[in-house]
Design a protein around this ligand. Structure first.
Ligand code: ZN
Length: 260
């Protein structure tokens, strides 16, 4: 398989991810909370960094970029166009400013840029259609979604709807290992969903062994992630909004999770 993905922890609960094209040797970092774990991962794999792909402007996704660039000065930096003013002061100049529909090439691999405003106003995600890989940053998490800091709930819901339309077999990598806490909340609003109950049993077992719960798949999220299930009658009833507009149900879920 030409695309290899290597996932590892950065800081406490951020993920670092490397995407490697074995055909050309090109290797991309997806967000860089901290350079040291990336340098260790690259050295361990014997890979040379060629590209850095940023999803959004938060420090725990970009703070490691300068130190990583010092070690790999030829690596191209790709960032969301709408957040460039807030990212470049930390990272230095970018090689590509990305918007909806733009394409990023990592050796022989190609990613499509999808804008997903909500967590931040300029958040983007990277979808590799041939490999069915999605790097969702802080928009979609396993059994959860990012906090909505910079847009209305409706805008974030529309971003999640976009991701939900990708193929079910898409493997989803996220910015954080939050699955267990997300799942505990999910059970409070969708506790009769047997797929969710079964999944949480697996998540608890994985975490007890210190294993990651990611990647997930879009099909699994559609079946068990309450933030993608705002049209489901049981989820709607749990927030007292039976039959309501899914964006409103999503907003109520997100507000409730914020207080959980
Ligand atoms: Zn963030």
């Amino acid at each position: 398989m030409p695309a290899q993905v290597h996932q590892f922890l950065c800081q406490t609960d951020n993920f670092g991810v490397l995407v490697h094209d074995s055909e050309t040797g090109a290797t991309a970092a997806i967000d860089v909370p901290d350079a040291a774990p990336y340098l260790a991962a690259l050295a361990g794999k014997g890979w040379t960094l060629t590209d850095i792909l940023i999803t959004h402007r938060h420090g725990d996704h970009i703070d490691g970029v300068p130190a990583l660039r010092t070690q790999f000065p030829k690596a191209k930096l790709h960032i969301p166009a709408r957040e460039a003013e807030r990212i470049v002061p930390t990272t230095g100049p970018a090689d590509a400013l990305l918007s909806e529909g733009d394409r990023v090439t990592i050796g022989a691999l190609g990613a499509e840029v999808i804008e997903t405003p909500g967590h931040t106003a300029g958040h983007i995600v990277y979808f590799f259609p041939v490999e069915n890989l999605l790097f969702a940053g802080d928009t979609l998490f396993a059994l959860g979604c990012g906090r909505v800091f910079e847009t209305s709930m409706t805008v974030m819901w529309e971003s999640l709807v976009k991701l939900a339309s990708l193929p079910g077999e898409t493997r989803v990598y996220c910015g954080h290992e939050y699955t267990q806490a997300n799942g505990r909340f999910a059970l409070t609003v969708d506790g009769t969903n047997t797929l969710l109950v079964d999944r949480m049993r697996e998540v608890d077992a994985h975490r007890a062994e210190g294993r990651f719960t990611l990647p997930t798949t879009l099909a699994l999220e559609l079946a068990t992630n309450p933030f993608l299930r705002a049209k489901n009658p049981q989820v709607q009833a749990s927030v007292g909004l039976p039959g309501a507009d899914p964006a409103a149900v999503f907003g109520a879920l997100r507000e409730r999770k914020n207080k959980a």
